[in-house]
Design a protein around this ligand. Sequence first.
Ligand SMILES: [Zn+2]
Length: 316
Amino acid sequence: MRRVLSLFALLLAPLTTAVPGGSGSAAAQTTPAKPAPLAARPLSFDSNRAWEHLRRQVAFGPRPAGSPALADCRRYILDQLKAMGIAAREQAFDADTPLGTIHMVNVVATLPGARPERIALGSHYDTKLFREFRFVGASDGASSTAALLELGRVLKGRKLPYTVELLFFDGEEAVIAWEGTDNTYGSRYYVQAAQKAGTLKGLKAFVLLDMIGDRNLTIRRETTSTPWLTDLIWAAAKRIGHGHTFLDEPFSVGGDDHYPFLAAGIPSVDIIDLDYPAWHTAGDTLEAVSARSLQVTGEVVLEALPAIEKRLLAGH
Ligand SMILES: [Zn+2]
């Protein structure tokens, strides 16, 4: 008890010295230097929570567009967002695919900021359909979706200068093969719908996460991505010691959910590790991914976001 009391006295000491009794210190008296309450301290990315989101998605099994398992996965995403107090809506549409019409549903979550203009963070949550083996997409689908949910929890606790939108896309994967329009159904629909509604011009930047679970994570600069946005993210990675994961080597992804945004003139970047031996194989399971990789990606996005906001506020 004594020890507690003396510690308390120590904590109070700077307060009393910071408020001198003399005149002319009204400002100091009205704004005492008291420690920030716990709730005001910034939250940090918690890979244990992200890992649980990843594990739960994988447990639904293969989750191709139109499947009951994907509907279960979507329900999980919506429930998690609701529990975090984040408003979300379903954006349903019928996609014309080589396998006929497939009902697809994007999930659009919104974190209101000081300005209505928004920055979007995205991921696809479907997994590619393979009939010849069981494909659960631990990295390809689940990892980025898991990170996005955890980013939502952290950002909910931040004061945001721009509104942040979390986009969970359905139908990124080809139902047969990645050619023509057999891919990126959800992101193409989102952009088209926003164009029609006149809301696309309020979207100032788009950051796509895809396949960020690889336990040997290496993220290269995707060359179709917008250079200034890529620069800010890679600089953020270096600042916090993740420069060995975010490599300066260039590579071109050849198509992903950021393409429709780029085509519509929205600055966009793809954070993706395609150098993944388990890609589109039965081996894309929990053993091939790690919580650490989710942590690295989450930290880099959180470090980069204020730099992106600053750049946008400066009117570039
Ligand atoms: Zn894929």
